[in-house]
Design a protein around this ligand. Structure first.
Ligand SMILES: O=C1O[C@H](COP(=O)(O)O)[C@@H](O)[C@H](O)[C@H]1O
Length: 230
């Protein structure tokens, strides 16, 4: 396990430092390979980071952005991660970035898996940077420990890049990148704020199986930088 911990005095200081780090990574990707790719998470944690990053001075027209997971709701819904990304990140200078959706018009996420996989396949991989979040149940992306799909989502040789997930302890059907897709990233960050999430992570890494706390499956297999503030 290789977990590097970067602790900051406040979420605002964390967001400043994190935006700067991501900007450097994306610039390097553009300089080295012509385009850069960024996989972001939804939820509440990344809002301030997205707002700062949207003003970063880089050639956003050469950046592809997608989501590690999406809630299977209309984009107008408050719960939509796409809506969050469009309202908070794809603004200002970052409005020029190219967004690659996981969500499609299918009523059921299971029917949207092939389209999501085809969209992801259009992006250069490994991704330059992946930003993961984590719920207090230890889920990351939408790999939920409570779901019937957890073992399929964590399988390293399924050949699937995305999976439809139905959590039983959280609302909305989801589309999630599978574990091997998440791991196919040059730089993996876990973005957490608050003491409780740090406790959950510590407990997970010390005591839980991967299916019980899916975040451990990422940390067990790849170098991860925890970006944390109280
Ligand atoms: O449902 C989700 O939750 C996690 C954590 O969200 P947060 O609000 O606690 O930051 C998030 O990483 C994931 O993308 C989202 O779909």
């Amino acid at each position: 396990m290789a977990l590097t911990i970067e602790s900051y005095e406040s979420p605002d200081v964390l967001s400043e430092a994190f935006a700067s780090t991501l900007c450097s990574i994306l610039k390097t990707g553009i300089q080295t390979r012509g385009r850069a790719s960024l996989v972001v998470s939804g939820g509440r944690t990344p809002v301030a980071l997205f707002e700062l990053l949207s003003n970063a001075d880089l050639d956003w027209s050469k950046v592809d952005i997608t989501l590690a997971d999406e809630r299977w709701v209309d984009e107008q819904d408050e719960a939509s991660n796409t809506r969050l990304v469009k309202e908070k990140l794809l603004q200002n200078k970052a409005a020029a970035a190219h967004f690659v959706p996981l969500k499609s018009a299918h009523a059921d996420a299971n029917e949207g898996v092939n389209e999501a996989e085809s969209n992801i396949a259009s992006m250069a991989q490994p991704f330059d940077a992946l930003i993961l979040g984590m719920g207090e149940d230890g889920h990351t992306a939408s790999l939920f420990p409570c779901s019937e799909q957890i073992n399929d989502g964590l399988a390293m040789s399924s050949g699937r890049t995305c999976i439809a997930v139905t959590p039983t302890t959280a609302p909305h059907q989801r589309m999630s990148m599978t574990l091997p897709t998440l791991l196919n990233s040059r730089n993996i960050f876990l973005h957490l704020t608050g003491e409780r999430k740090k406790e959950v992570l510590t407990e997970a890494l010390d005591n839980a199986t991967e299916a019980q706390k899916p975040i451990t499956a990422v940390v067990n297999r790849a170098p991860v930088t925890l970006m944390w503030a109280p």
